[in-house]
Design a protein around this ligand. Structure first.
Ligand code: SF4
Length: 389
């Protein structure tokens, strides 16, 4: 399978594991599952042919691919699975990390929706995991005729660990686990973004109702407190900021995007993306707006672009003026349109409740991911974390 990828934040994908099972709403229209349908019908795609998507397989024969790529690359690990899926044995993950340690010229981007397994894998008996990866490094290096594998620098400096989230619930569940996992760079992919996410108020586990700022490492007090008070809840006004001197880590990079991949893709409300962008800007954290997905909100379009979506059935020909035709025959919207609320619900444009006060209704048009593009309020915002590439 080709290592090329259309993902804007990486150069190549490497799939030592294939197959997966769904864990949350963000998986509903999973890219890997959609690709699977095409690959499984191809007799030459031996890793996929005749296999069910839920049949998780570890491919020993793919392990050394990055070691054969001579030019340094940014590599997305497992676009066709989740490395920390429960069916992937610890020992195989050891070997994947061993390859990443040996291929130190590359930067590896790991993304999971199973951060509890990721944390467990790192946790095993203090430094035992590091030793297991070191042992796997020596075995892999020896099998390639080398004997100078040494010990891995831990955590691996060329591995970025990230979690996928889609709304506040998944942010609350997954980000604290990521922050408690050793990593050089920690990142979040909010794609497909299906709801508002407040990274300044993420629920911290086992501390009833306490919400922390995962961009700064501390928490915002309720409005009446300057410091050391109860934390501000979602939507509440903020008071002073209390630094957590023992906060395990903060996030280094936020990627955001809408859902692509066909007619069933769900629209992203522009407020969700704009809020994430301003949270990152205010905290000085790099923000990467990947794409709108299939649907483009009306507030991101010019009058001309909106006009072009509304046409009469009569198409101009031989020098006729389309606008004149439209005037005469009347226009209708030529693509599907919906009004998405800030709660993610979608109503028809003609629904009397679509624009009711407080719903935040925003008309969006299904123009397709290519046309919708990656411009947020007139700007392409694709920033990267500081790293030594
Ligand atoms: S975790 Fe990722 S690869 Fe697995 S089903 Fe969900 S979206 Fe697909």
């Amino acid at each position: 399978m080709s290592d090329k990828t259309g993902i804007a934040w990486t150069d190549a994908s490497w799939n030592p594991v294939t197959g997966c099972t769904k864990v949350s709403q963000g998986c509903k229209h999973c890219y890997a599952e959609r690709e699977w349908a095409r690959l499984t019908a191809n007799t030459k795609a031996t890793a996929y042919y005749g296999r069910a998507f839920t049949d998780v397989a570890c491919h020993e024969d793919r392990l050394d691919q990055p070691l054969r790529w001579s030019k340094p690359r940014m590599i997305f690990v497992n676009s066709m699975s989740d490395l920390f899926h429960e069916d992937v044995p610890d020992e195989f993950i050891d070997r994947v990390f061993a390859v990443m340690a040996l291929a130190e010229k590359h930067t590896f981007q790991v993304l999971t929706k199973r951060p509890e397994r990721m944390r467990r894998w790192f946790d095993v008996g203090h430094d035992n995991r590091e030793h297991a990866v070191g042992q796997a490094m020596r075995e892999i290096a020896a099998s390639r005729g080398g004997d100078d594998a040494g010990l891995p620098e831990w955590p691996l400096p060329n591995v970025w660990l990230g979690v996928s989230i889609e709304d506040q619930t998944t942010a609350d569940e997954r980000i604290p686990l990521l922050l408690q996992t050793p990593a050089t760079v920690r990142w979040v992919s909010a794609e497909p973004l299906l709801g508002a996410v407040d990274l300044e108020r993420v629920a911290w586990p086992n501390k009833c109702g306490h919400r922390v700022d995962v961009l700064r490492g501390g928490y915002w007090n309720k409005a009446h407190c300057i410091a050391l008070g109860p934390s501000a809840d979602l939507g509440e006004a903020k008071g002073g900021f209390t630094n957590h001197s023992d906060f395990p880590a903060t996030l280094d990079w936020i990627v955001c995007g809408g859902e692509s991949g066909g007619p069933k893709a769900r629209p992203m409300h522009p407020d969700w993306a704009e809020d994430l962008q301003s949270q990152c800007e205010e905290a000085g954290i790099p923000f990467f707006f990947k794409q709108w997905g299939e649907w483009l909100p009306v507030n991101q379009m010019t009058d001309v672009e909106i006009g072009e979506l509304h046409r009469s059935n009569r198409i101009a020909k031989n020098g006729e003026d389309q606008f004149a035709m439209d005037e005469i025959f009347g226009t209708h919207c030529t693509v599907p349109a919906t009004v998405v609320g800030t709660d993610g619900s979608c109503l028809a444009v003609t629904d009397p409740m679509a624009f009711r006060t407080g719903r935040g209704g925003m008309t969006t048009f299904r123009v397709g991911a290519r046309k919708a593009g990656c411009t947020l309020n007139g700007e392409v915002r694709q920033d990267w974390p500081a790293y030594e590439g």
